[in-house]
Ligand binder design. Structure first.
Ligand SMILES: [Zn+2]
Length: 371
């Protein structure tokens, strides 16, 4: 499976259905929730039937929904795929399938552009990160991307057992010898981690090591890695791959929530002093139209109908006449999604915040501004 990147989403989001709308379908195919494949097919059929009724009559959309249905019936390899994102615009022969190793929410959106918000959430949540686990004689380095291990390396440097040591050694000499060996091992572990970083690259590093060696290990890391250390965890170096994956994803989620909270608090302060921050749908859309947005923050699940001008691309909450060029605007089901797309196209950072009550209080949407 090739992981989808921010660039892929940008390129997807830039497609425009000129002659017909784009049908975007997200399907939860997770084996935990849908044990039998037949259950996946049935729930997809229900979802697509509902969409067909809602958009009845548009030949391109009807063809899109049929194609998705056929794709699902054709079978899905669910060993690594837990979510599917499908984008179709039959009138333009446009068709993209994105297999995701993480779950998505069932959803069908018909719009003039691909609906990329759930993809954005996934990529946003699961950046590539490294995990370095160590004890006094063993070290393991993993790199995760979208919840999957893409690299794993191991280092084993056994310490001499007590009975191997010459009896004539004094206890403190043995102790010193062991300390030196552990130091050397941690240095090697740090080197291995740096090698993996150079080969694969990752944004953040999580360290799991017993208290007595954790600080030493950290101090031995290359400066590039030191500045990427995001968290410590209590995963033991001998844990199973599955345990490690679960624990790593939990730490990763905590790190994301913390980052989101920091951004929201920055936004709240900026809004509070009335400088470099806006909150609420109207103000945020205005800032986007003016291209002043640095980071767009949106509460996961927040939607609102609105309008988009076909001539000048203006987006706003209230229609129908465009306040900029006086053209008649098109109604859109979700102007929040339009805002996310515009932000992506303007190369702003987009943060979809999950369960952040402070952002909800600010109106579910806001932006940190460049000027
Ligand atoms: Zn306009």
């Amino acid at each position: 499976m090739v992981a989808i990147t921010e660039d892929d989403i940008r390129s997807l989001a830039s497609f425009r259905g000129e002659d017909a709308p784009v049908t975007s379908v997200y399907l939860d195919v997770d084996g935990g929730r849908h044990v039998r494949f037949q259950d996946v097919v049935r729930s997809a059929e229900l979802l697509l039937r509902g969409a067909l009724q809602k958009h009845d009559g548009h030949p391109s959309v009807t063809a899109d929904l049929q194609r998705v249905q056929e794709f699902v019936r054709g079978g899905i390899d669910r060993s690594h795929t837990r979510g599917l994102a499908l984008f179709s615009c039959s009138a333009h022969a446009f068709w993209r399938v994105v297999e995701l190793p993480v779950a998505v929410r069932d959803q069908v959106v018909v719009n003039h552009t691909p609906y990329v918000r759930q993809l954005e959430v996934v990529v946003d949540e699961y950046e590539r990160f490294g995990l370095l686990l160590a004890d006094k004689q063993r070290a393991r380095v993993f790199v995760y991307e979208l919840g999957e291990v893409i690299e794993s390396t191991e280092l084993l440097e056994p310490l001499p057992r007590g009975d191997d040591v010459d009896r004539s050694y004094r206890r403190d000499q043995v102790q010193n010898h062991e300390t030196a060996l552990v130091h050397q091992h941690l240095r090697h572990a740090a080197d291995v981690a740096f090698q993996v970083f150079q080969d694969r690259g990752f944004e953040r590093l999580i360290i799991g090591a017993p208290e007595e060696i954790a600080n030493e290990l950290r101090s031995l890391l290359h400066p590039y890695l030191q500045e990427r250390v995001e968290a410590r965890c209590s995963i033991s170096v001998g844990a199973t791959v599955d345990e490690i994956r679960q624990a790593a994803l939990t730490v990763e989620a905590e790190v994301m929530r913390r980052k989101e909270a920091e951004l929201v608090s920055r936004l709240r302060d900026a809004v509070g002093v009335g400088r470099l921050g806006v909150a609420g749908l109207d103000e945020t859309l205005k800032a986007l139209v003016e291209r002043r947005v640095e980071t767009l923050l949106v509460s996961h699940g927040y939607t609102h109908p609105g309008w988009r001008c076909p001539s000048c691309d203006h987006v706003c909450r209230v229609g129908r006449t465009c306040p900029v060029c006086q053209s008649e605007m098109h109604g859109v089901d979700d102007v929040v999604e339009e805002a996310v797309e515009d932000a992506i196209n303007q190369s702003c950072d987009v943060e979809i915040c999950v369960g952040n009550a402070d952002l909800d209080v600010l109106g579910g949407i806001g932006a940190i501004l460049r000027y």
